[in-house]
Design a protein around this ligand. Structure first.
Ligand SMILES: NC(=O)c1ccc[n+]([C@@H]2O[C@H](COP(=O)([O-])OP(=O)(O)OC[C@H]3O[C@@H](n4cnc5c(N)ncnc54)[C@H](O)[C@@H]3O)[C@@H](O)[C@H]2O)c1
Length: 253
């Protein structure tokens, strides 16, 4: 299977190129060269430039679309160019080149404002009094879109566009509302991250399942099996067999 990873020079992109290269025929696309990904054929192009980026889609079976500005504070002009226009280009290039499947890196920030409400507002700061892990409703794939930023709005746009391309053009789409992935591959450093962490191996497994299992249009949460997580993983378990191995709680100090 020929898989194109956009954003292949970034944190998650480099990790996935490394993790998936034995199993899939991996190609990269990024606006910049990679410092640490293995040497896979890579198109250096801006995702917001349709002519330049769409050439990379020739003969591709599936796209893992990561290219974007990842910080939640990204200002609107950059969100518009790198997260919204570039994401529309990815779906359109996939349609034009008869790509079967797109895995879209959405974000927890598409539903980030649930963290203003109890019990999530308390869990995120480590105030667990009177709470049992998992003894509260998980935020799941049926939850209302509640973006917490222009960045979150761009991820909701990517999900909505994915649904449109699925329902109108038959593209298979998985949107991954990724939690917290970091270079140190550890939830240490913030109490929120104990709940929101997604380990590298769990992310690689989630993407692998999305690439290999039957799929229509789905929204999954990218989170490890953290004791205090508040995002649902049952839907991904039941639909594509996602079985996370890691738990942020094992790192609590
Ligand atoms: N790291 C996390 O915790 C996290 C959480 C939720 C969602 N995500 C999403 O996952 C994806 C990858 O995140 P990351 O942490 O690896 O970020 P990153 O910044 O390390 O990597 C993003 C890559 O995209 C490239 N890029 C940006 N705009 C581009 C454009 N217009 N054209 C071509 N390439 C472009 C950058 O050059 C960079 O290499 C992003 O879409 C991000 O929003 C990440």
């Amino acid at each position: 299977m020929k898989v194109l990873i956009t954003g292949s020079s970034g944190l998650i992109g480099s990790m996935l190129v490394n993790a998936l290269t034995d199993q899939f025929d991996i190609f990269g696309l990024d606006a910049r060269e990679s410092d640490n990904a293995p040497d896979v054929p890579t198109t250096i192009a801006d995702g917001s430039d349709y002519e330049a980026m769409s050439k990379a889609f020739d003969g591709v079976d599936a796209v893992v679309h990561l290219a974007a500005n990842a910080p939640v504070e990204t200002p609107w002009p950059d969100v518009l160019k790198n997260n919204i226009s570039a994401t529309h280009n990815v779906y359109e290039a996939a349609r034009q080149h008869r790509v079967k499947r797109v895995i879209f890196a959405s974000s927890n920030h598409a539903v980030g404002n649930f963290e203003m409400d109890e019990p999530y507002s308390r869990i995120r700061v480590g105030d667990y009094e009177g709470l049992d892990p998992g003894g509260y409703a998980m935020v799941d794939h049926t939850a209302a879109i509640r973006p917490d930023s222009d960045y979150g709005v761009s991820k909701a746009f990517g999900e909505a566009t994915g649904r449109y391309y699925h329902e109108h053009f038959g593209l298979e789409v998985a949107c991954l509302r990724i939690g917290t992935v970091n270079a140190q591959n550890s939830p240490k450093g913030s109490v929120r991250t104990l709940a929101t962490w997604l380990s590298h191996r769990d992310l690689a497994q989630l993407v692998t399942q999305c690439l290999t299992q039957p799929l229509g249009f789905e929204i999954f949460y990218g989170v490890s099996d953290n004791t205090w997580r508040f995002w649902d993983t049952d839907h991904a378990k039941n639909t594509i067999g996602y079985a996370p191995q890691d738990n942020g709680e094992d790192y609590r100090e």
